[in-house]
Design a protein around this ligand. Structure first.
Ligand code: ATP
Ligand code: MG
Length: 635
């Protein structure tokens, strides 16, 4: 590591010079006067005095050079629809949508809550908000009405935009009844709701006076040009609630100029995506990955972006690779969970398509275990980059930065601190930097770089108290993740600080035990949780999905397999990490963004209520956990 190390060092030591160079990657309507205003720590204001606009940078500035290039490709395996928009067509659609907002009196600083499936109008809506300076709050289309109502009351939107229904696995999921219920529950409902009527929910009936039809409004604004509203760099662009894996969701507030610069720089240095190429990010617009790398990042970079509505294994497990081949995708971004899902399918699906256009596959959102990392890299014959970040940061914290230097990929690690992040692994006891190979809390010395959250929406105090008070002696940002840096400078994430299992005074990360379980060749996926134990304080128990079910076909075989797994843990981690039980299931409870609901599993294991489950992917998974705990033999 030479070139990248220098690049990173410079970003910290010569922060302002570094970021002022990066800022040249986007258009400024008015130049900034100060790169970083850190006069009120830990709050940072980036590119102070500068005026810009995300929509202008994503669309308008490309019109002259690439107006006829594809900007957005919408592919739905749910409805069989495929539609392409050039930058010029996208420009028109966004102008229309922005015109609707303006007609409804929505302008700078107003909030617009977007509760939509993965359809092109959702992207138009987001960009239209950006265009008129409104603050969007996209709420993931899987949230139930109570969660939606809480987000309505927190953001107090002037307007909501939704659709009659989404589709999942071929089934219609009506959205509008949920929205109606949420609006009934909310204390601050907006006056109007724009509804994209896809004709999926035949029961859909607009409420006169409140619900407005998107198609009708679009016709009325067909030829309109809506000028860009220039924003001061620190003006908020959006609010996005954290997924709530660990409690009450926080409204992450993002700025405008810092975010534009951070994304533009990341497209170049991290994702190595060039204007004119195509990016395929398999996330959902309701999550941060969708905001940054389905919508804003690729478009700001002049790339074509793919919006995919559908499952990864329908019609078959080759669908993503077909999309890559058909559209000459060069940058792909997905999640470790998806990689594990694919690992369970027939490998022929990966070999079936011409993937020569693909340069890298990026994965984030959860720990990527070494065997899965190795498997997918081998299967694809492509570099697979594990990278680590959070809703809060908006773009990667740890990653290989291959656009600067082709550092070797080490399996099971998201590599190095990204430029701009003064990342330290701190000892919990005294906030001192941990030695190499010593476990500590992953922390960032403020100011957080451009693009990161600027505060909690409407609650500066909560921002400081939540993120900056973990250590008494130093005001640093805590990621609430454990990490380790090895002697070569590669970083490993060991799990969340509140997911620690304390076995007889030994503190073990769930990730460490899960990795050890996964070292057993027949384990596809596992969740480890700590349950209260009268003698040892806590004991780990594991819920595992096997690759070859024949190995657990009878209770005797299952017991032998359990023993095999325990031996594997003994060997990898030591007997201290050995789960007291390994339960076999075919499905693990996850959120719809693919995160394990360890907290709910743990609650069930301790006989408690599993808590808020509105984002669960498949409720049947919890039944399996319950039955496994009750001693049922599942296979
Ligand atoms: P909440 O903060 O509301 O509990 P969340 O933390 O699950 O929700 P996100 O911001 O989507 O919401 O997830 C970020 C977290 O995901 C990280 O803090 C880390 O725990 C985990 N994570 C993300 N990427 C990786 C990765 N590459 N390796 C390991 N863990 C990762
Ligand atoms: Mg979090």
């Amino acid at each position: 590591m030479g070139a990248y190390q220098d690049f990173h060092q410079r970003s910290i030591r010569h922060r302002d010079a570094f970021w002022s160079e990066q800022a040249a990657l986007v258009d400024w309507h008015r130049p900034f006067t100060e790169v970083c205003d850190f006069s009120r720590p830990p709050f940072a204001r980036w590119f102070r005095g500068g005026e810009t606009n995300l929509c202008h940078n994503a669309i308008d500035r490309h019109l002259a050079s690439r107006g006829d290039q594809k900007a957005l490709i919408y592919i739905s395996t749910e409805t069989g629809q495929e539609k392409t928009y050039t930058f010029r067509e996208l420009y028109k659609e966004v102008n229309r949508a922005a015109g609707m907002l303006a007609t409804l009196g929505v302008g700078k600083g107003d909030r617009v809550l977007i509760y939509m499936p993965m359809i092109a109008e959702a992207v138009f809506a987001m960009l239209a908000c950006a265009r008129v300076g409104a603050i969007h709050s996209v709420v993931f289309g899987g949230f139930a009405s109570a969660s939606l109502a809480a987000r309505i009351d927190d953001a107090k939107p002037a307007l909501m935009i939704t659709a009659d229904a989404g589709m999942r696995g071929g089934r219609a999921i009506p959205y509008k009844p949920l929205v109606d219920e949420a609006l009934r529950l909310a204390r601050h409902p907006p006056r109007n709701v724009i509804v994209v009527n896809r004709g999926i929910d035949k029961e859909y009936r607009p409420l006169a006076g409140r619900d407005l039809d998107y198609a009708t409004l679009r016709r009325a604004h067909a030829e309109i040009n809506t000028p860009v509203t220039w924003l001061e760099s620190s003006d908020p662009s959006y609010i996005l609630y954290t997924s709530g894996t660990t409690g009450r969701p926080k409204g992450v507030q993002r700025d405008t100029g810092g975010y534009a610069v951070a994304l533009a720089a990341s497209m170049q240095h991290i994702y190595c995506g060039n204007a004119g190429e195509t990016m395929f990010t398999t996330s959902d617009i309701g999550w941060v990955v969708g905001h940054s790398y389905i919508v804003y990042g690729p478009l700001i970079a002049g790339m074509t972006t793919i919006l995919y509505e559908g499952l990864p294994i329908r019609p078959d497990a080759g669908i993503w690779w077909k999309i890559v081949a058909d559209n000459q995708v060069s940058v792909m971004f997905s999640s470790p969970t998806a990689a594990r899902v694919l690992k369970k399918q027939d490998p022929k699906y990966l070999a079936q398509y011409d993937l020569s256009s693909l340069r890298h596959l990026f994965l984030a959102g959860e720990p990527l275990d070494e065997p899965t990392h190795r498997w997918i890299a081998d299967a694809l014959h492509k570099p697979v980059i594990d990278h680590y970040w959070q809703t809060e940061t908006g773009w990667p914290i740890l990653s290989a930065v291959l656009g600067v230097e082709k550092t070797p990929i080490k399996f099971g690690t998201p590599s190095f601190p990204v430029y701009g992040y003064d990342l330290q692994i701190l000892r919990e006891s005294d906030a001192a930097e941990a030695a190499a190979d010593e476990k500590g809390v992953v922390a960032i010395v403020p100011p957080l770089p451009p693009g990161c959250m600027t505060t909690v929406w409407g609650d500066d105090e909560r921002f400081v108290n939540t993120y900056f008070t973990s250590f008494r002696t130093r005001q640093v940002y805590s990621t609430f993740d454990w990490g380790i840096r090895d002697k070569d400078g590669y970083h490993f994430i060991l799990g969340r600080t509140d997911d620690v299992i304390n076995v007889a005074g030994h503190r073990l990360g769930t990730r460490e035990i899960e990795e050890a379980v996964q070292s057993h060749p027949n384990i596809a996926e596992v969740a480890v949780v700590g349950v209260a134990d009268p003698i040892k304080g806590q004991m780990p128990i594991a819920f595992a999905v096997v690759k070859d079910a024949a190995a657990i076909a009878t209770p005797e075989l299952a017991r032998a397999q359990e023993k095999g797994v325990m031996d594997a843990v003994d060997k990898q981690l030591g007997a201290i990490g050995r789960p007291s039980h390994v339960h076999f299931v075919t499905l693990l409870p996850k959120t719809r963004s693919g995160k394990l609901l360890r907290r709910s599993i743990q609650a069930l294991a301790e006989g408690r209520d599993p808590g808020d489950l509105t984002t669960i992917e498949d409720p049947a998974a919890l039944d399996q956990i319950k039955r496994a705990l009750a001693g049922d033999f599942l296979p």
